[in-house]
Write a protein that binds this ligand. Structure first.
Ligand code: HEM
Length: 401
């Protein structure tokens, strides 16, 4: 049977009903089949199939396909970026980049930065100056990027400089002719900025114990990152620091506002922090979807998926799969088994996952101590944009402690 001949639902991903509640539409489609159609290809609706395609080396990420489609010109900042961008590479080139960078992203390395993380979230809460309400999206927006500045040894005054460029970059997955010009502009600035950081660090007489130093040393010891690879990695880190973890922190606050008993339990027992973070990563995912394209014809579940088929993998829905979790729509940090693919699987599994987890755990531990009895104090507005989910506003009131 050919994939195109299967009976399946058709999902219009720009329809406001879908944008407002994709899980409801996925669930209806899932009753019909494990895949649904969408204008660019097929949406994979069960977690096992998502795992299978993420780990299948007969599939590629579509980043190069999309950049070819919009006609990225040689020598432009955009092409320089995609030449060394983890998610645009596969095979030996990708393996080599992961191998060299891996020592900078272990759980042990991430743990080294926990005191910075704790200090930063404390300072952000201090800056609320005893207020009993805030828009939590503003609090969250300052946290991962300030930590990233700290651990890259960069002044937080620089955030104002690079913020606009990074916001443009976060649109890189919704490529069209208009965004290409903007991306070239933003990336030209980001390449210059990364150059400045590396140059300044190399000119110092003494070394520092931070992530920038680790990365600069990776570029100078044994198997090396080229200077261009180092620049692209720094741009990646600054942009990953800006968006994903911030959105997850906001989504975690949202689910805890909906489950106040869980906030109290974790406040009484800080040993629950990790469990709550894990469950929030199952329940919500700031990466709403990733994509793969088949390199060859693939036979899967007795169905032939032709070469060059685009598969959308809605990672946010993977956490709600009934065949993986009992009562998947219930938020329950005490679940026995919480296998998640929030950080992906296979060769592209998130390199920053230990850092992201450490950021979320340190933030939650401090917040439950200092923000008592948080409540939703207005309308929570979701924001869906190019493969990501976040919130535009999350007004809360609380008792400051
Ligand atoms: C809650 C926060 C985060 C989530 C949910 C997340 C999720 C993901 C996912 C799902 C992928 C795989 C995408 C795919 O296979 O198509 C990925 C890749 C990646 N992430 Fe994260 N991420 C987070 C935070 C971070 C942070 C903090 C960093 C940097 C320190 C980071 C750096 C990267 C990089 C460089 C890749 C590409 C890896 C590769 O292609 O080999 N991420 N992330």
């Amino acid at each position: 049977m050919q994939l195109a001949d299967l009976e399946m639902a058709e999902i219009e991903i720009h329809d406001p009903d879908f944008v407002n509640d994709p899980h409801a539409i996925y669930s209806v489609a899932r009753e019909e089949n494990w895949v649904a159609r969408f204008p660019m290809g097929y949406i994979v609706l069960d977690q096992q199939a998502m795992r299978d395609f993420l780990t299948d080396d007969r599939c590629r990420t579509p980043i190069r396909d999309i950049s070819n489609m919009v006609g990225v010109e040689k020598g432009t900042p955009f092409q320089r970026f995609y030449d060394h961008f983890f998610l645009a590479l596969d095979g030996e080139a990708h393996k080599r980049l992961r191998r060299i960078s891996a020592p900078a992203f272990t759980a042990k390395e991430a743990a080294k930065y926990r005191p910075f993380m704790k200090g930063t979230i404390n300072k952000i809460i201090d800056s609320l100056d005893g207020a009993a309400e805030c828009d939590f999206t503003k609090v969250a927006a300052r946290y991962p990027i300030t930590v990233m500045c700290d651990i890259l040894g960069v002044s937080t005054d620089d955030i104002e400089r690079f913020e606009e460029w990074v916001i443009v970059l976060s649109d890189a997955f919704s490529l069209n002719d208009e965004t290409v010009a903007k991306l070239n502009w933003a990336l030209a600035h980001l390449f210059d900025y990364a150059d400045e950081l590396v140059d300044a660090r190399r000119k110092r007489n003494e070394t520092k114990d931070d992530l920038l130093q680790t990365l600069v040393d990776l570029a100078t010891d044994g198997e090396r990152l080229s200077d261009e690879e180092l620049r692209v990695l720094l741009i990646n880190l600054i942009s990953a620091g800006y968006d994903t973890t911030k959105n997850q922190l906001i989504l975690m606050m949202k689910v805890l506002l909906d489950h106040p008993e869980e906030w109290s339990k974790v406040a009484d027992d800080p040993g629950r922090v990790k469990k709550v973070v894990d469950e929030s990563l199952r329940f919500y995912n700031p990466i709403s979807a990733t994509f793969r394209v088949t390199n060859v014809d693939i036979k899967y579940r007795d169905t032939l998926i032709p070469k060059d088929t685009m598969l959308m993998l809605p990672l946010t829905y993977a956490g709600r799969d009934e065949s993986f979790y009992d009562s998947p729509d219930a938020f329950n940090p005490d679940r026995d088994r919480n296998r998640i693919i929030t950080f992906g699987r296979g060769i592209h599994i998130c390199i920053g996952m230990f850092m992201a987890r450490a950021l979320l755990e340190e933030a939650l531990a401090v917040m439950v101590e200092r923000i008592k009895n948080p409540q939703l104090a207005g309308e929570a507005v979701f924001r869906h944009f190019s493969g990501m989910v976040g919130m535009e506003a999350l007004p809360i009131s609380f008792e400051p402690a």
